[in-house]
Design a protein around this ligand. Structure first.
Ligand SMILES: [Zn+2]
Length: 196
């Protein structure tokens, strides 16, 4: 199945290169492999990470994972968008292993995407895995299609977020999330707590 897909993609990429009058012998196979096995591997549902909830004795404090690096491809131009995700939740039934949060975010990033939809999908899926509505996802990305073409802007970034449950309804939880993701350095929060 995937071999068949790779062969077909390689054939068509070869055709594009031919039209562009480029003689790049190995490129079609490389591109096909990159699409199927790497950058668009999330189109294969079998690559969804195996996740189990760790039913630890949880307190009801915000768990936040900041600066998860993400690379995705915009579905309009199939060029990269590069940035970070900040993911938070209030544990109710349990917690997730740290790497599971990365894996889940990357599963959705490894598909041709719209940043808005990806943010939503990560939030929904996290909420299901954690069995709680209380999740927040913020994503900030540079879109290479904006940088390299069109308006050719090198500095802009796009920020999207999805707030669910208490992150949406409780002003305190909401502002804690935004305050904490805005703190750049690891020590900043700790010094803020110590000085208050
Ligand atoms: Zn684009």
């Amino acid at each position: 199945m995937t071999t068949d897909k790779k062969e077909q993609i390689a054939f068509h990429v070869g055709k594009i290169l031919e039209i562009l009058e480029l003689d790049l012998e190995k490129t079609p196979e490389r591109v096909a492999e990159m699409y199927v096995d790497e950058v668009f591997s999330g189109l294969n549902p079998d690559t969804y990470p195996a996740i189990s909830l760790l039913e630890e004795n949880v307190n009801n404090e915000v768990v936040l994972v900041k600066n998860i690096s993400l690379v995705s491809f915009c579905e309009h131009h199939l060029v990269p968008m590069i940035g970070v995700a900040h993911i938070a939740y209030l544990p109710s039934k349990g917690v997730l292993g740290l790497s599971k949060i990365h894996q889940l975010a990357r599963f959705y990033a490894k598909q041709p995407q719209l940043q808005e939809r990806m943010t939503q999908q990560i939030a929904e899926s996290l909420s299901q895995e954690l069995q709680t509505e209380d999740v927040a996802v913020a994503i900030c990305m540079k879109h290479l299609c904006v940088l390299a073409r069109g308006v050719e802007d090198q500095t802009s970034e796009m920020e999207t977020h999805v707030l669910k449950g208490r992150f949406d309804s409780d002003p305190e939880t909401r502002s804690e999330f935004f305050l904490r993701i805005s703190e750049k350095k690891v020590g900043e929060r700790i010094s803020r707590i110590l000085s208050s």
